[in-house]
Design a protein around this ligand. Sequence first.
Ligand code: ATP
Length: 370
Amino acid sequence: MFVRNINLQQYRNYEQLQLNSFGDVNLLIGPNAQGKTNLLEAIFVLALTKSHRTSKDRELIAFEQTSAHVSATVEKKYGDVLLELRLSAQGKKAKINGLEQRKLSAFIGSLNVVMFAPEDLEIVKGTPGIRRRFLDMEIGQVQPSYLYHLQQYQKILVQRNNYLKQLWGKVDTQEGLLDIWNEQLVEHGVKIIKKRKQFIIKLQKWAEAIHHGITNGSEDLQLRYVPSFGEVTEEDEAVLFEQFMIKLRQLKDQEIRRGMTLAGPHRDDMTFYINGKEVHTYGSQGQQRTTALSLKLAEIELIKEEIGEYPVLLLDDVLSELDPYRQTQLIETFQSKVQTFITATGVESLNTDKLKNANIFHVHSGQVGS
Ligand SMILES: Nc1ncnc2c1ncn2[C@@H]1O[C@H](COP(=O)(O)OP(=O)(O)OP(=O)(O)O)[C@@H](O)[C@H]1O
């Protein structure tokens, strides 16, 4: 996959930007707060219709403006596609080759990206919610049906929680209604759990091999899915359905008391182990960083495996943070097969030998020059 050009209008600090000359490796260089990350973010938003930094779309629209527009031509295995996204207070409108998409899920996945940013360390160090967001974004990119089940699940979850709150202190005269919510929740929940489980197994395969390479074989990285209702050993949907239902029945009284759903994908987690020890708790800062890097590199390979094409790689402020060995390792991974966009405040901290064929763009106050 190759982003040929990009056009931004009223996006963050870009009033108007048209860039046409991207190459395989693109360095976006400039002082702090000039718009380097904003440009990477715009490519990310075009892929996922959401930012990696905020869930509030209005932050993406330039100050004092009411809408933003991002478009790009993406070269894919089967031809070029023109992707357009318009953001406004009324919502998002997405077009592929000029045709408006009724559902955003039909648009997501037209462009695939892997973003690696300093915040990604939080996937290893941070809260379960960050890991769930990571899983949702990554699985959603390669499997649009995942997003459908996730949306349905979240809608039902809100309604079920409201119902649980109403039940507090009352004798439940409508036992059957909670059962209906349970069935609907579990129906979509099972699909999510199954896809998460499969994704983590595939990601593990790549991450383990990559991590081995980065650490000269001294570290064995393992990823483990931690569903909220216990071990998922089965992928059979009927078995998972039953397992989830039993858990909800067991938790019923507690859920009514607390007015919330206490088991399901919204409480899942994922853990990382290096040589059998949990990285979150026992890993050094360096091991946590390397784990995050291995995950991201694994994602590149996983997307290639799933869709038959490499995604576009977005490296936000991370290359200069890596030691020379890891920088080389990362550059060698993408060089000559993955189109890459790299932001940095200067070229001094970069392995310029390895990047000598890169296209350089200078970013200053929402303007880009080569
Ligand atoms: N909605 C918006 N409208 C206009 N300007 C915005 C908006 N959101 C952010 N900005 C501006 O964008 C700039 C930050 O851009 P960006 O995050 O891309 O910086 P950067 O060049 O990547 O810097 P650093 O090297 O510090 O990461 C800030 O000046 C900020 O005020």
